[in-house]
Design a protein around this ligand. Structure first.
Ligand code: MN
Ligand code: MN
Length: 476
């Protein structure tokens, strides 16, 4: 008797504990199938959107198919679906709410850029029978990860007033790829003795682009480089000077793939932050009846280098778009009205966080790290070493958000980016918070973040989608 009572008492108190709730456990067979279907479509999105320009193009294509129209000079009414682009590198999708912009916006913000290797303005040179392209890496990378992998060339070239050329080389199996070769282990003693950070220098990230000499008996120098220039001219119509006005990047040439015998995970390039981009897109496209508050899905550029520039989150683009929307809903509005509206808005900063990696257990506080497969991760603060640079969400806001997720049976968890003294990172959260609104970082956990092959979980992608959807649909 005594023992049985004790047992009951114990199980009653079990409910007081916060436990990791694995995303799979809460899914019905139907939900599992839906999550898998979304994962398949997400992988196709990753394959089509390897740069910020390609991402924005894909976002506009999907939005247009779902009835969104460019934000032209016209009145807006509840239920209207519009988008506003910025130089082909950032875009904001809006669904006008029933309560008008005075009631504030519900914002989910993600970034379309990802770490990569950009070509330098004068990239092409020849050395000892090989033609190479010099690169300057973009974002935080571990340089050695970009050696000895097939790389595809993506981007556009402006022909100095004579139009533009877009190009993608290396994605079709029949295409040649580029690659940055690594030193053979036989001769790598000096390299191997170096610290990992110093083993490969930025100036050594030169991609092999050619090796055939221009045919003919002529005595020209640099016949391999000349042959490459000839091919570039024939195939794409540009010359060496045009490299100076180009956005050309090298990205991993492989497609996204299912990972694991059970295909529980998704491996692919650029999931930071295109997992948030894709799930936020699905959430905003799927809005049926106009929500109470206007939904803004913000897709910005340059997050990986500090959100700077005219397409980054720090640019006027966001506030200007909000003002454009406000003005078309409420003609003759005052600037003060917009400021009030933004201060009363709510935002999820949709960005990835580090997932616990059993191979690198020492990097994480096991009690506070997000798990792959345990749902969308809510990160109260980012920053590094004493929360420096963090935009910390208030207890009240975190409380309301987790209440929402619980009420919709969305699998969610909490996360902190690694051990306190190890480092950290930031997101666009603080830039949204600068307007006065409540903001919470909220996204999928990732393994191998910033590597050429990042890994997420099928069930976490699903949870992100459901989290952003719930926020757009019901937040007031
Ligand atoms: Mn990110
Ligand atoms: Mn990142």
């Amino acid at each position: 008797m005594q023992k049985e009572n004790g047992k009951k008492e114990g199980s009653r108190h079990q409910e007081l504990k916060f436990r990791t709730r694995w995303g799979w456990d809460g899914l019905s067979g139907e939900d599992r199938a839906a999550a898998r279907k979304m994962a398949g479509e997400y992988m196709q999105f990753l394959n089509r959107a390897k740069t910020e320009r390609e991402s924005v193009k894909e976002l506009i294509r999907r939005a247009t198919a779902a009835g969104f129209v460019p934000l032209a000079d016209r009145e807006l009414h509840p239920g209207d679906r519009v988008f506003f682009t910025n130089r082909g590198r950032a875009v904001i999708l809006a669904v006008i709410g029933q309560n008008g912009p005075q009631a504030g916006f519900n914002i989910v913000g993600a970034h379309v850029d990802a770490p990569r290797l950009d070509l330098k303005p004068q990239p092409l040179y020849e050395e000892e029978g090989l033609a190479l392209l010099k690169t300057h890496y973009y974002g935080g990378i571990k340089k050695y990860q970009w050696l000895a992998v097939p790389l595809a060339l993506h981007g556009m070239v402006s022909l100095g007033g004579l139009g533009e050329v877009e190009l993608v080389l290396g994605e079709d199996l029949g295409d040649p790829v580029l690659t940055i070769t690594d030193l053979l282990p036989h001769l790598a003693k000096e390299q191997m003795d170096k610290k990992m950070a110093d083993a490969v220098s930025g100036e050594a990230l030169n991609a092999l682009v050619g090796g055939e000499r221009l045919p003919g008996e002529g005595e020209e120098k640099e016949k391999v480089k000349l042959n490459i220039l000839k091919l570039l001219s024939e195939k794409y119509g540009f010359s060496e000077e045009d490299f100076i006005s180009a956005d050309l990047s090298l990205v991993p040439a492989w497609p996204a793939r299912s990972v694991g015998l059970d295909a529980a995970c998704i491996g692919g390039y650029g999931q930071d932050d295109r997992v948030s981009v894709y799930t936020a897109l699905e959430a905003v496209l799927g809005l049926g009846a106009p929500p109470a508050r206007t939904a803004l899905a913000v897709f910005c550029d340059k997050e990986e280098i500090g959100s700077v520039g005219n397409t980054g989150m720090a640019a006027a683009f966001f506030q200007d778009t909000a003002a454009e929307i406000y003005a078309r809903c409420v003609p003759g509005f005052r600037e003060l009205d917009l400021r009030r509206s933004l201060a009363g808005s709510a935002a999820l900063s949709a960005d990835v966080t580090a997932g616990y990696d059993p191979n690198y257990a020492d990097a994480f506080d096991k009690r506070n790290v997000a798990r792959i497969g345990a749902g969308v991760a809510v990160t109260k603060y980012t920053g590094s070493r004493g929360k420096s640079g963090a935009s910390e969400a208030s207890a009240e806001f975190v409380g309301r958000v987790r209440g929402l997720f619980n009420s919709r049976n969305i699998s969610w968890q909490t996360g902190e980016l690694g051990k306190v003294d190890l480092g950290g990172g930031g997101t666009i959260a603080y830039l949204l918070a600068n307007h006065g609104m409540d903001v919470l970082d909220c996204g999928a956990p990732v393994l191998g973040m910033h590597s050429p092959f990042e890994v997420t979980s099928v069930v976490d992608v699903w949870s992100c989608y459901r989290a952003y959807q719930a926020f757009f649909e019901t937040w007031v």
